[in-house]
Write a protein that binds this ligand. Structure first.
Ligand code: NAD
Ligand code: ZN
Length: 357
């Protein structure tokens, strides 16, 4: 079979591989809709998680089940499914402690395009199919459904970890598809005022649609100063970090008030200086005593998560298809879609690839 792979740091290409084999509790799936992720860009072009050789990329997919193992109960060949980006080992110790994305070590639930071939192949392998697949509702548009495995799950996690009280003021830094999903998540969690920090007109339009009440542009001056001014100097109850380089944490902490949560879902593909560190502002963090918590999290995966996200869409709480600005057709267009994600033209929020099936 054919797949679009990371050949080495800085290089992608099409390769041939054996079709994966199916264990008794697993499934082999063919892609139905695919989306490249900013994380694929960090992985390939920043070498963020180290070198990988001929590893098939991609972790955002809807698919059609091709084969299931003998112990799989709820799925059969031909079923259309949502495939979570994160596919934990549900019988592991980290799950019992409540952190399913970190099974088998830090970020261990992230298998596709990290520790095994991803979903950008003609076939891909899903471990523990009954736990890691969800049925795709028949009337869910593919452009909407393909946002669930990672964008909605991650953006909503940003809002969930931010402990948003009803009426709280929230700032979302970065309004790519993750940040936009975080804006929607903050509204669903009951936020009052929501600042969205970003400049691209396409993203700003969707941010307003998803519930942003204030748009803050760095072109109008320092974003921390703007948000402090707009809140009478007090700052915000929660900051969701969904973009930016190492220094973004400084902004986040400096605009947050006591009792706040800085909820990070951003992937820091690189740090600052030889020590490869992320800076925290000493004074803004109250010399380490400011009652400002920093929360972090990897996209939650698994079947129940995907089923709940599908309910959000089904009952009209938000429309994820608004983020699918560039729609490609056919497996071969995947490379163009991935490179578009790397180039990030101004009108891009998220490219998606639909397959004929
Ligand atoms: P994206 O690149 O489309 O969006 C990030 C946005 O942040 C960009 O529009 C960028 O212009 C903006 N930005 C940069 N510096 C900024 C600043 N100082 N202030 C405000 N905005 C700034 O990326 P995305 O696809 O939305 O993903 C966001 C981040 O989340 C990426 O780092 C991605 O790798 C990561 N991610 C994490 C998880 C997870 O499980 N935690 C899952 C998916 C993606
Ligand atoms: Zn991702």
């Amino acid at each position: 079979m054919k797949g679009l792979a990371m050949l080495r740091i800085g290089e992608i290409g099409w390769i041939e591989k054996e079709r994966p084999t199916c264990g008794p509790r697993d499934a082999i799936v063919r892609p139905l809709a695919l989306a490249p992720c900013t994380s694929d860009i960090h992985t390939v072009w920043e070498g963020a998680i180290g070198d990988r050789h001929n590893l098939i990329l991609g972790h955002e997919a809807l698919g059609t089940v091709d084969e299931v193992g003998s112990e799989v109960r709820d799925f059969k060949p031909g079923d259309r499914v949502i495939v979570p980006a994160i596919t934990p080992d549900w019988d592991s110790e980290a799950v019992q402690r409540g952190f399913s994305s970190q099974t088998g070590g830090p970020l261990g639930g992230w298998k596709f395009s990290n520790s095994k071939d991803g979903v950008f192949g003609e076939y891909f392998h899903v471990n523990l199919a009954d736990n890691n697949l969800a049925h795709l509702p028949a009337d869910m548009p593919l452009e909407a459904g393909v946002m669930l495995p990672d964008m909605l799950s991650t953006g909503f996690l940003g809002a969930e970890n931010a402990r948003i009280a009803i009426g709280a003021t929230v700032a979302v830094l970065g309004i790519g598809p993750v940040g936009l999903s975080a804006v929607a998540g903050a509204r669903l969690r009951g936020a009052g005022r929501i600042f969205a920090v970003g400049t691209r007109p396409a993203a700003v339009r969707v941010a307003k649609e998803y519930g942003a009440t204030d748009i803050v542009s760095y072109k109008d001056g320092d974003t921390v100063e703007q948000i402090l001014r707009a809140t009478g100097g007090t700052g915000v109850d929660a900051v969701i970090v969904a973009g930016g380089g190492p220094e973004i944490l400084m902004d986040a902490i400096n605009m947050a008030k006591a009792g706040s949560v800085i909820s990070n879902v951003n992937y820091f593909g690189s740090g600052l200086g030889d020590k490869d560190v992320l800076p925290v502002p000493r004074v803004g963090w109250g010399f380490g005593m400011a009652d400002k918590d920093i929360a972090t999290g990897l996209c939650p995966g698994g079947r129940v998560r995907m089923e709940r996200l599908a309910e959000v869409v089904k009952y009209g709480r938000m429309d994820p298809s608004l983020m699918a600005t560039h729609v490609f057709r056919g497996f071969d267009s995947l490379e163009e879609a991935l490179l578009l994600m790397k180039e990030k033209p101004r009108d891009l929020i998220k490219p998606v690839v639909l397959l004929d099936r």
